[in-house]
Design a protein around this ligand. Structure first.
Ligand SMILES: [Zn+2]
Length: 395
């Protein structure tokens, strides 16, 4: 007896096959980039997805981003009630270098072996095709809702996912992020901090060091401190699930001074730090900051330590979570950790069990000749169908 629970009886609706859906999505450019010269709206992709989702019976909400009204998230819900399953992906792609492509990046091109080339085919427009196709085949009542989410700006700021979290939308009990994992369940990844350190000194004639304070020499000391902190972080934190088991800190770019005969007044470094799950981002930053503060206290040099972008937190789901177990059983693949970041920590922070599992390979993403395959799309469609069945109580 299901008293008090609304039932949804969607009629199976016909959608074009998954390859046709991906072809349409790939043809709609949706590049996101921190560089305004490359950044594009994602509205056309969101509108396409909403149109198909409505056709299947979803109730669609298109929510503009507060950070950029030209972009929007889609939240589409099928069925009523509490709990259920979120299938989530990002609608944007990275920028592209057309000269590196053998085919038109906006025209899905199939080879004889069933590979499908196009920008975003793996990361991650193929996911939406598989998820929508799976939803379109539901022909029995849903006891819990199925929610399809398409976010904006994952490849640049993650502002779409950040806004979902800020809105505190209570979406479901469990969430699958369909990033390309070759349909292996992924239950952990590191976070990203991108930081800038500026050492401020005073310029002067190089012939007399007392006339200035060298920011370059200060940076020399600061680099040593960063490497010491890195070694300490790697001693304190280790997780053998990761191919690189410790946190990393990469010195990415340095810039300072202008002339051999001037004392350098300003030197700037950018670096990224990849914390492991369980590491506290604020505490990690504070550790670096206090080591720098100790060195430069009472010195003629000063420093500014700031974040370049909002950090992405590290993410880990329990190996015993029911969603991890279900996906391991359905795919026959053990859950693992990966090196790339996703929106998973934002969905998990909304209180959902969260696993990353989607068609295609990350190895071909973010580069020319990105591709997925017919077989991955078909496997994903079948997998999501089974998972909807398990999660939404299709009877
Ligand atoms: Zn992606």
């Amino acid at each position: 007896m299901l008293a008090g629970r609304a039932l949804c009886y969607p009629a199976p609706m016909t959608l074009p096959d998954a390859v046709s859906l991906v072809r349409t999505l790939v043809a709609e450019p949706s590049v996101s980039s921190p560089d305004p010269a490359h950044d594009q709206p994602n509205r056309r992709v969101i509108e396409r997805l909403a149109e198909w989702a409505e056709h299947v019976g979803f109730r669609c909400e298109v929510v503009p981003l507060e950070s950029d009204p030209g972009k929007a998230n889609l939240v589409a819900t099928l069925g009523e009630g509490e709990g259920g399953l979120v299938l989530a992906g990002h609608s944007d792609t990275v920028p592209f270098d057309r000269s590196g492509w053998a085919t038109d990046p906006f025209e899905l091109t199939e080879t004889d072996d069933g590979r499908l080339f196009g920008l975003g085919s793996a990361d991650m427009k193929g996911f939406f095709a598989a998820a929508l196709r799976a939803a379109s085949k539901i022909d029995t009542p849903l006891r819990r809702p199925l929610v399809l989410v398409a976010t904006a700006d994952e490849e640049s700021t993650m502002n779409g996912a950040r806004q979902l979290l800020a809105e505190r939308r209570l979406l479901a009990d469990r969430a699958v992020i369909g990033e390309p994992t070759g349909l292996a369940p992924v239950r952990a990844h590191k976070g990203i901090l991108m930081e800038r350190l500026t050492i401020l000194g005073r310029s002067g004639h190089s012939s007399d060091p007392s006339l200035g304070a060298s920011a370059l020499e200060g940076m020399h000391a600061a680099l040593g401190i960063l490497l010491e902190v890195r070694a300490a972080l790697q001693r304190d934190h280790r997780n053998p699930d990761f191919a690189v088991p410790g946190p990393t800190l990469n010195l990415g770019r340095i810039e300072g001074g202008d002339s051999p005969n001037r004392i350098c007044a300003k030197c700037q470094l950018t670096y990224d730090l990849r914390p492991l799950p369980g590491m506290d981002l604020a505490a990690t930053r504070a550790r670096i900051r206090s080591a720098l503060a100790e060195r430069f206290e009472g010195d003629a040099l000063d420093f500014v330590h700031e974040s370049l972008v909002e950090p992405v937190p590290p993410y880990a789901e329990s190996p015993d979570a029911s969603l991890v177990r279900d996906l391991e059983a359905l795919t026959g693949r053990a859950a693992r950790a990966v090196m790339f970041c996703t929106e998973a920590p934002f969905f998990q922070a909304l209180g959902m069990e969260t696993v990353v599992c989607g068609p295609g390979s990350i190895d071909v993403a973010h580069q020319p000749d990105e591709h997925t395959s017919r077989s991955q799309l078909a496997e994903a469609e079948a997998l999501y169908g089974q998972l909807i069945h398990k999660s939404c109580g299709v009877s």
